[in-house]
Design a protein around this ligand. Structure first.
Ligand code: AP5
Ligand code: MG
Ligand code: ZN
Length: 215
């Protein structure tokens, strides 16, 4: 199954993608995670992306399209994939469409996760992530057993560089301006599945499972 998770920062794209990986046995492709890895490795691409990410602006289309093209060509994507955080501009959506069409494939569902803005800010200001294994926590909604320490690998938890209120507000505004138009783009193609993302992670997982099991 070829899936896109669409939604504002903090909607739970990463949280739901991790749950879906197990259910569907297909990989999560998060452009945010790929870019953070490049920043950490100080690659040329990472150095280019760093400032954009720290201020909450989008990294140029050609950079992320190149990354996704390479990733989708890998063997583990043959049975399908879950795109998390891509596409997030109309140019990216068009490039993805061309790329999939060129290999005789297409998207099955674009799940748009809707969450009110104040809830997004609460989720992101309290998020803590494990850079070692990718596990995600929230200081109140999903706290680790021991404060600041990853339950899964005992690594030290961090606050992402873009999870401060000023950058969060800008990321939401960039989403409204550049990414939200994709809802109309995919609606017109009959692929959009809008869902209420304000319940618990388990509730939202069930809603997603229902919408993607329908034709
Ligand atoms: P990216 O990493 O994609 O960040 P984002 O879109 O801002 O989304 P987040 O990862 O912050 O939120 P999420 O929806 O994954 O929520 P999560 O599950 O973590 O992108 C970062 C940057 O990279 C961009 O700003 C841009 O610069 C660049 N970039 C990336 N892709 C790009 C592209 N395609 N083009 C150009 N630039 C690109 O959940 C958040 C928190 O809430 C967690 O603490 C979690 O535990 C908690 N939580 C989740 N679900 C629930 C729930 N149901 N109830 C309570 N708490 C919950
Ligand atoms: Mg994410
Ligand atoms: Zn960990």
């Amino acid at each position: 199954m070829n899936l896109v998770l669409l939604g504002p920062p903090g909607a739970g794209k990463g949280t739901q993608a991790k749950r879906l990986i197990e259910k569907l046995a297909i990989p999560q492709i998060s452009t945010g995670d790929l870019l953070r890895q490049a920043v950490k490795d100080e690659t040329e691409l990472g150095l280019q992306a760093k400032v954009k990410m720290e201020t909450g602006e989008l990294v140029p289309d050609d950079v992320v399209i190149g990354m996704v093209t390479q990733r989708l060509a890998q063997d583990d994507c043959k049975a399908g994939f879950i795109l998390d955080g891509f596409p997030r501009a109309v140019g990216q959506a068009e490039a993805l469409e061309d790329l999939l069409a060129s290999v005789g494939r297409g998207l099955e569902h674009v799940v748009s996760i809707e969450v009110p803005e104040e809830e997004l800010v609460r989720r992101l200001t309290g998020r803590r992530s494990c850079p070692a294994c990718g596990a995600m926590f929230h200081v109140s909604f999903n706290p680790p057993k021991q404060s600041g320490i990853c339950d899964a690998c005992k690594g030290e938890l961090i606050t992402r560089a873009d999870d401060n209120e000023e950058t969060i507000r800008n990321r939401i505004s960039v989403f409204r301006q550049q990414t939200e138009p994709l809802k109309d783009f995919y609606q017109a193609k009959g692929l959009l599945r809008g869902i209420d993302g304000s319940g618990t992670p388990a509730e939202i997982e069930n809603i997603i499972a229902k919408v993607i099991s329908k034709a």
